[in-house]
Ligand binder design. Structure first.
Ligand code: UDX
Length: 436
């Protein structure tokens, strides 16, 4: 199979490299010349564990190439994936489809053989229909089918998720589309990955429904955590207790400072817009979005409370450990750390921070925060230390040293990575989420 991947960002590059690793002949296409130049030099545009090695191996094997020229890249391709960004449109929260449509138009102009055009980008219901119309209007005479194939990759675990998915969803309207997609994913069938064929609109909705449901699970357990704090219960045991029920499931029930990232915030908003457009409101998702937004600021206030409240906060120092929206990524998009840092800065707190990968992208988002080269430099003389992202490095902190160098031994663990009794035994004032 020859596969063209239009858009060499997170999804395009990971998917392209994995397809090449399965033995397909893959061309990754991107308009950004410097990105393609760097990829030729083996430099990845994003931080993702294992990606550089996977790309390198497949380039050397001759199965993975890069180009800025769409016409050359899609030549002879059996499947052309559209994997460009669909950011939230400024002002209204709709997904911005201008990149997807521009690519569809260009494919229509240059298609030189029969091919399946696959939307891999997360796109609202009905986008496949629009892409199909654009291709029809291009006057191209080759046979084509437009297929939806959403990705469910998690940042930081994307390669494993691609190679061992819980399921593959393919929304196709005809046999031509289904046949080619079966070939594209044949190596994964051998891994016994279940494949679900649906209609195209259904497949588009599945992606949004999955992300909204996961966001709901997190937001639900976060609210339970607040209640646990009030009634003297333990949210981790609540999670265990409900998660053992197979109908609920144990995953995505970790209470914390609220979800962030590139997908949940953007996709829940876009789903709300679709629901509005079709006059079919989703009150649950509306509540999730609002609750999660206010939670991020509430976490800033929780840290303020730990240093004695906003009134006396001016001039005190707080160390933030972890800034990215989750570990093993440098992604800062919608990270709770942004709202937490802002709440502290607004109260006159001096904020120092350390993150293993995220500081370069974080600094412009929080210009008042002093980034430090290691966690202990951030902790020195701090009135409180707040763990915002659960990087492994913070699980192994030398707590005795932390206690020695901090001004006050106050630890706010917003990810529940420590056991309260262990930390308190060392003399810390320990505040976590949903546990007393
Ligand atoms: C998510 C989906 O998991 C993936 O299927 C989709 O394709 C893209 O969006 P990602 O954004 O990479 O992936 O991160 P994920 O690991 O899902 O975490 C999202 C956010 O939820 C993070 O901020 C994380 O800290 C938070 N989270 C996750 C919790 O607070 N509690 C949990 O139990 C799980």
């Amino acid at each position: 199979m020859k596969i063209a991947m239009v858009g060499s960002g997170y999804v395009g590059l990971v998917s392209g490299a994995c397809f090449a690793d399965f033995g397909h002949d893959v061309v990754c296409i991107d308009k950004d010349q410097s990105k393609i130049d760097r990829l030729h030099d083996g430099v990845m545009p994003i931080y993702e564990p294992g990606l550089a090695e996977l790309v390198g191996a497949n380039v050397r094997a001759g199965r993975l190439t890069f180009t800025t020229t769409l016409a050359a890249g899609i030549k002879d391709a059996d499947a052309i994936f559209i994997a460009v960004g669909t950011p939230s449109r400024r002002g209204d929260g709709h997904a911005d489809l201008s990149y997807v449509y521009a690519v569809a138009k260009e494919i229509g102009e240059h298609l030189a053989n029969d091919a399946v055009i696959v939307t891999k980008s997360t796109v609202p219901v009905g986008t496949g229909d629009a892409v199909e119309r654009i291709l029809q209007d291009s006057g191209n005479s080759h046979r084509f089918a437009v297929v939806s194939n959403p990705e469910f990759l998690r940042e930081g675990a994307a390669i494993g998720d691609f190679k061992r998915p819980d399921r593959i969803v393919i929304g196709a309207e005809d046999e031509f589309g289904r046949d080619i997609m079966r070939e594209v994913y044949r190596p994964l069938f051998l891994n016994e990955a279940p494949i679900l064929f649906t209609g195209r609109r259904t497949s588009e909705l599945i992606k949004y429904a999955a992300n909204a449901f996961l966001a709901t699970k997190i937001t639900f357990i976060n609210e339970m955590a607040d209640l646990c704090e009030k009634v003297g219960a333990d949210v981790q045991d609540v999670s265990r207790g409900i998660g053992m029920d197979n109908r609920i499931g144990a995953k995505f029930l970790h209470a914390g400072p609220g979800y962030g990232g590139s997908c949940f915030p953007k996709d829940t908003l876009a789903l709300l817009k679709t629901a509005e457009d079709y006059d079919s409101p989703t009150r649950i998702v509306e509540a999730v979005v609002k609750t999660n937004e206010s939670r991020k600021r509430a976490m800033g206030r929780k840290v303020l409370d730990a240093i004695g409240g906003a009134e006396t906060a001016r001039g005190k120092k707080v160390a933030l450990l972890g800034l990215t929206f989750k570990p093993n990524t440098d992604d800062m998009r919608d990270s709770p750390a942004i709202a937490i840092a802002q709440t502290l800065v607004d109260a006159g707190v001096n904020v120092a921070a350390y993150d293993p990968e995220g500081m370069a992208l974080a600094q412009p988002l929080m210009p008042e925060v002093a980034m430090q080269d290691d966690p202990y430099a951030a902790i020195a003389d701090a009135d409180a230390i707040a763990i915002v992202t659960e990087w492994d490095a913070f699980r192994a902190l030398d707590l005795r040293r932390v206690k020695d160098i901090a001004k006050a031994p106050v630890l706010v663990d917003l990810r529940n990575i420590y056991r309260p009794e262990d930390v308190r035994a060392l003399g810390f004032d320990y505040i976590s989420v949903g546990r007393s």
